[in-house]
Design a protein around this ligand. Structure first.
Ligand SMILES: O=c1ccn([C@@H]2O[C@H](COP(=O)(O)O)[C@@H](O)[C@H]2O)c(=O)[nH]1
Length: 271
């Protein structure tokens, strides 16, 4: 999917919501455990109930890898279902990959070709030659960690290196890489006070923003400083939506939570 198609979808749905599909078998409604593939059954119900309220889904691969082959199969069924039934939806494999060049190419093939995700998250720590192999894929997006939502972000990312915070170095340097137009960035909603500075460096890039809901980030603050002329934000909520209920009504409860966020977004877009 191109960035223009994503922007069109945002404007059509009046939503820049991304729903995180972080499936934990201990948290899903127990009646689903009788299904042949409980993870996929859960995802399918959530997707069918919420697709008109969001523009992206983000399965975090950890929640699938943890269940071995069954988990990976459920991930494959989920992305295939999304691509076949809801091709207008942007898909994110939250895998936080990145390695020496030839290995990164294989990661990119796994997520862009075999699983056919629109985007994958990567860690910048290994630098240019670990990220450029992802950027080489046309109409695919590489979402690089910039300033993460967790407390540990302050261990390295905000430390000053050669007179500048490390996350700023990451943003500035990445702009010089080949095919950098295929980059998006992760910035945590819990770091709202940093968005204005970040927008100075990357005014036009899309930002994937996790951390609203369960982690306490505030949507209004993020939008105030992080939004650009094309909206430029994908706000992710995972647990706050998908675990709204652990009963038979779980999909409707998730849709209700998603609608609360979508309505807030529509108001912001109409301002
Ligand atoms: O900085 C980051 C980067 C990634 N994440 C991931 O986003 C979701 C957030 O889930 P919630 O349940 O809405 O808190 C999860 O997959 C994280 O691994 C992040 O939170 N922060």
């Amino acid at each position: 999917m191109t960035t223009n198609q994503l922007v069109q979808e945002i404007n059509k749905k009046k939503s820049f919501l991304c729903i995180g599909l972080d499936v934990d078998l201990n948290k899903i409604p127990q009646h689903l455990l009788k299904e042949e593939d409980p993870i996929f059954a859960f995802n399918k119900a959530i997707i069918d109930a919420t697709h008109y309220l969001c523009v992206a889904y983000k399965p975090n691969t950890a929640f699938y890898e943890a269940y071995g082959l069954k988990g990976w199969k459920a991930l494959e069924k989920t992305i295939n279902y999304l691509n076949e039934k809801y091709p207008e939806i942007f898909t994110i494999a939250d895998a936080k990959r990145g390695d020496i060049g030839n290995t990164s190419t294989m990661y990119a093939k796994a997520f862009f070709e075999d699983l056919a995700f629109d985007s994958v998250t990567v860690a910048p720590y290994m630098g240019k030659d670990s990220v450029e192999p992802f950027l080489a894929f046309e109409d695919k997006h590489t979402i690089m960690l910039a300033l993460t939502s967790n407390a540990g972000a302050f261990d390295f990312q905000t430390k000053t290196v050669e007179g500048k915070e490390l996350y700023k170095q990451v943003l500035e340097t990445s702009k010089t890489w080949e095919n950098s137009e295929n980059l998006m960035y992760v910035v945590g909603a819990t770091k709202a006070e940093y968005f204005a500075d970040i927008r100075q460096i990357i005014p036009d890039s899309f930002l994937l923003v996790p951390g609203v809901g369960a982690q306490g980030g505030n949507l209004q603050d993020v939008c105030k400083y992080g939004m650009n002329d094309s909206v430029g934000l994908l706000i992710n909520s995972s647990r706050g939506i998908i675990y709204a209920s652990s009963q038979e009504d779980f999909a409707q409860a998730a849709a209700n939570k998603a609608e609360e966020l979508q309505k807030e977004m529509a108001l912001i877009l109409n301002q």
